[in-house]
Design a protein around this ligand. Structure first.
Ligand code: NAD
Length: 295
């Protein structure tokens, strides 16, 4: 299948490469030439623009940072929707506001284009391994159209509900992830302040009632997990500013629905302070730096 892939960052590039490995033809576009080069090295074709990428595409996949990028791309100045052929399937895997997904989906429907939100979980490791979890919002028939492509990039595909529901599931998950990364960091920092070995403590907690995803795969303390961003100077992975965005989305939603999310609100404040402290571009597990004793 001819696929346009737009947004080739930490997540988009490995996802696009998995589609190429599965035999699809991918025309790739990103504002960064370096990002495009990675997908070209993986067998993709470079597109000169987003408009160029979607020419002849049967499916369009986007993996962009935030709501404004998705809305700007499809409905803004370039109005990409107008360049996409009627009947095309558009899969947006970015984590954005559900209301933005619904707005773009409405415009897409008016143009005869199938649009679903399909945000993901599983981190860059899951994107590379093709084991992501997709949370899909859209009609059943639209999900079934997308399924063969999603299966090449992920291991779990859930139908969360109508368009926007994938995003709502995603912000619930990431609110929990933000909270548990801070909690895991606090526990490790407390142990280290008492002279415990972070590796031994992490293994004890992983196999005890405090066990969680960070302790399994994404330990925030350098050197515990060889492949985690913490062991690579907090480079790559999931940026602090992206986590801050997701916690902001969860709190906006909590305000709108009058839901009580006290720890989500606190986690947002902690990540905001971490970002202001100059760590916005580092992986979100670097939040442990705020909590470890210096000297
Ligand atoms: P990233 O910052 O690494 O990549 C985003 C890419 O989009 C960049 O290469 C940027 O140049 C490109 N871009 C921005 N605007 C563009 C435009 N108008 N046209 C073309 N390209 C454009 O981000 P990421 O970590 O890959 O995350 C992407 C999305 O996935 C975010 O919404 C994030 O919240 C979500 N997400 C990330 C992870 C993770 O572990 N990194 C996990 C799950 C979900």
């Amino acid at each position: 299948m001819q696929i346009a892939f737009i947004g080739l960052g930490n997540m988009g590039a490995p996802m696009a490469i998995n589609l190429i490995k599965a035999g699809h033809s991918v025309k790739a576009f990103d504002l960064s030439q370096d990002a495009v080069a990675k997908v070209v090295a993986g067998g993709g074709q470079a597109a000169a623009s987003a408009q160029d990428a979607v020419q002849g595409a049967e499916a369009v996949i986007t993996m962009l940072p935030a709501s404004q990028h998705v809305e700007g791309l499809f409905l803004g100045d370039g109005k990409l929707l107008a360049s996409i052929a009627k009947g095309t399937l558009v899969i947006d895997s970015s984590t954005i506001a559900a209301a933005t997904s619904q707005k773009v989906a409405k415009a897409a429907e008016a143009a005869g284009i199938d649009f679903i939100d399909a945000p993901v979980s599983g981190g860059t490791g899951g994107a590379i391994a093709g084991t992501l979890t997709f949370m899909v919002g859209g009609r059943e028939a639209q999900l079934e159209r997308a399924r063969p492509l999603l299966e090449k990039m992920g291991a779990n595909i859930f139908h969360a509900g109508s368009v926007g529901a994938g995003q709502t599931a995603k912000i619930c998950n990431n609110m929990l992830l933000g909270i548990l990364m801070v909690g895991t960091s606090e526990a490790i920092a407390l142990g280290v302040a008492n002279g415990l070995d972070p590796k031994v403590l992490s293994e004890i907690m992983r196999r005890s009632s405090g066990g969680n995803w960070a302790l399994e795969k994404y330990n925030p303390f350098p050197g515990v997990h060889e492949n985690a961003p913490a062991s690579k100077g907090y480079a790559g992975g999931f940026g602090t500013d992206l986590m801050l965005k997701d916690l902001g989305l969860s709190q906006e939603n909590a305000i709108a629905t009058k839901a009580s999310t006290p720890l989500g609100g606190m986690a947002r404040a902690i990540y905001a302070a971490h970002s202001v402290g100059g760590h916005g571009g580092e992986d979100f597990s670097s939040v442990i730096k705020m909590l470890l004793k210096k000297g």
